[in-house]
Ligand binder design. Structure first.
Ligand SMILES: [Zn+2]
Ligand SMILES: [Zn+2]
Length: 146
């Protein structure tokens, strides 16, 4: 809630070592870049945890239970999907009547202005939410040792 600390953190992704700027609002102790690294790492650790879990007897029976739930749910999804194509067709038919242009069209001409480009190069942006960052950078996490 306290958005009083106007600072950001500069760190290197723990997986691909790319440099990341993160504002205090986005900072949840992030270690990875804005790409797939966090997801990849999470998947890797989930896989490892899953293997370990299934090795135990309890894990094996839980796995079986989950499988049957999954099968049941999948049957429901499949039967539900049977009614979807009609809705899809309705969306396709009505969308060409929408004349609203995306905001990108308005921003693009501004970006071609040299002075604005220079100004943007001087300002750093949060790699996650792309808001301009303050000049002050903290060199590490808040709770870094002495
Ligand atoms: Zn990365
Ligand atoms: Zn941010």
């Amino acid at each position: 809630m306290g958005a009083s600390q106007q600072s950001y953190r500069l760190y290197s992704c723990a997986r691909c070592a790319v440099q990341v700027r993160i504002c205090s609002d986005c900072d949840r102790g992030n270690q990875y870049c804005t790409g797939d690294c966090a997801q990849i790492r999470r998947r890797e650790s989930l896989c490892r945890a899953g293997v370990r879990y299934q090795l135990s007897f309890r894990g094996a029976s839980m796995h079986a239970a989950r499988q049957s739930v999954w099968r049941e749910r999948r049957t429901k999804i499949v039967t539900h999907q049977g009614s979807v194509p009609g809705i899809d067709a309705a969306i396709v038919v009505t969308s060409p009547t929408m004349t609203e242009e995306p905001d990108v069209e308005l921003v693009a001409p501004l970006l071609s202005s040299p002075s604005l480009r220079r100004a943007m190069a001087a300002v750093s942006y949060c790699s996650f939410c792309w808001r301009p960052l303050p000049a002050f950078v903290r060199s590490g996490p808040l709770r870094s040792g002495p």
